[in-house]
Ligand binder design. Structure first.
Ligand SMILES: [Zn+2]
Length: 415
């Protein structure tokens, strides 16, 4: 038999085998595996012929894997009759391990990752859907959260707990914004230049203007860390935001360039840096911030939840900082076009999206004139207020999506 004929026969028999495994109205058949790669996470969607009980968890040893247990499920994916295939994003190659009540789908992980969501969706033109979202995580976090679910901490509990404690989507009503005019009292900040006011006075002027603008919208509850010339410890500024359960924290400052440099000018927005995140983590651990100790909330679980919360905070802060920069740039030059990262103390809370706004350089004559001009300050704060409007506008859509995911987590998928 020549080689071509042999190949044809081989293909023919392969097709026969495939035919034999075509769906035959049997329960719990896996019909498709799909992937969605997003900025922060990879979504794995597994379609099944009927609602399937499942649980997803990661294993660190002997190799990094994601396991989706689906007792009783069988494999019927057209084109992947061998039961294996190539994933996308954080999920690498996968294979189905049919084993009756121990049937499972196993994915190689491309990097350390944690399961952040797992839930089911009803059919929408196709089959029932199992949805598992995984996010890249530091190796320690991955290792701590990996392992076969035990009675004390199952991934299911973890996800449910996360839904309760993690940073919740911005509220659409009674949005709480904390405005933090920097310095004050015995700490005047940078001294006034060119006959202008000190940093603490400029920051207070800005904060009061922003407060009035936000109040006039009737949509925000504004909390000031200070509304007069008083001294306030840095940590107390964070606590004001935490007590208020704020949705956003904005600290207002004015910059001063060193060494007689008068040319540096423009506004800058800072968010929490990597080093700052490390400090924020130890700060939260030290203060026991929202860290709950219970039989199921072990130290590892708390650490994992804290990491997730910090990541979410940084993402949100960055989103807001970017929109703020583009809004602010309509009335003032920018010192840097992108948000800058720094470990400023007032940014160290572990949950509340927070930025520090340097409104301009007091050491630059043009910036100094502007910052001391109430009409300019009003225009500048109007751009900040409108970026706050933009940021919270999406709470009706993006926020709802996340709420929906959270309620699904605590629903039927988590039995
Ligand atoms: Zn300052």
């Amino acid at each position: 038999m020549d080689i071509v004929k042999r190949l044809w026969l081989k293909a023919f028999f392969a097709a026969l085998v495939a035919l034999a495994t075509l769906p035959v109205a049997q329960a719990d058949q896996i019909g498709a595996v799909r992937f969605g790669v997003h900025d922060t996470h990879t979504r794995i969607v597994i379609e099944t012929s009927s609602p399937v009980e499942f649980n997803a968890f990661t294993l660190a040893e002997p190799a990094a894997r994601l396991v989706v247990n689906m007792p009783g499920a069988s494999w019927a994916v057209r084109g992947l009759e061998g039961g294996s295939g190539q994933g996308h994003g954080l999920a690498g190659r996968f294979r189905f391990d049919p084993n009756g009540q121990a049937a499972r789908l196993v994915f190689d992980l491309e990097e350390a990752a944690v399961v952040v969501r797992q839930f089911t969706l009803p059919p929408d033109g196709g089959g029932h859907r199992i949805v598992v979202d995984i996010e890249a995580a530091p190796v320690q976090t991955f290792t701590a959260s990996s392992g076969f679910p035990t009675d004390s901490v199952t991934l299911t509990q973890l996800v449910a707990e996360r839904a309760q404690v993690n940073y919740m989507p911005p509220r659409c009503e009674r949005i709480r914004v904390v405005i933090d005019p920097g310095h004050g009292g015995r700490d005047p900040g940078a001294p006034g230049r060119f006959g202008g006011a000190s940093e603490s006075t400029l920051a207070l002027n800005a904060g009061l203007a922003l407060r009035d603008l936000l109040n006039s919208r009737g949509r925000y509850e504004v909390i000031m860390t200070r509304d007069r010339d008083v001294f306030l410890e840095l940590d107390e500024r964070i606590r004001v935001a935490q007590r208020a359960e704020a949705d956003l924290f904005i600290s207002l400052h004015a910059d001063a360039a060193p060494n007689g440099n008068t040319s540096a000018r423009g506004a800058a927005v800072y968010t929490l840096s990597d080093a700052g995140t490390t400090r924020a983590r130890s700060r939260a651990m030290r203060d026991g911030e929202w860290i709950v100790t219970s039989e199921t909330r072990t130290a590892e679980v708390n650490a994992l939840l804290l990491d997730m919360s910090l990541r979410e905070k940084r993402n949100q802060s960055l989103t807001f900082a970017e929109s703020m920069l583009s809004s602010v740039s309509t009335v003032t030059p920018l010192f840097r076009r992108e948000p800058l990262e720094r470990g400023f103390w007032v940014l160290l809370d572990s949950q509340i999206p927070a930025v520090l706004f340097e409104m301009g350089f007091m050491t630059n004559p043009d910036d100094s004139r502007n910052l001391n001009n109430p009409a300019f300050m009003q225009r500048l704060m109007e751009t900040v207020a409108s970026s706050i409007d933009d940021y919270f506008e999406s709470c009706g859509t993006a926020g709802t999506l996340r709420t929906a995911a959270a309620s699904q987590q605590s629903g039927s998928a988590l039995r």
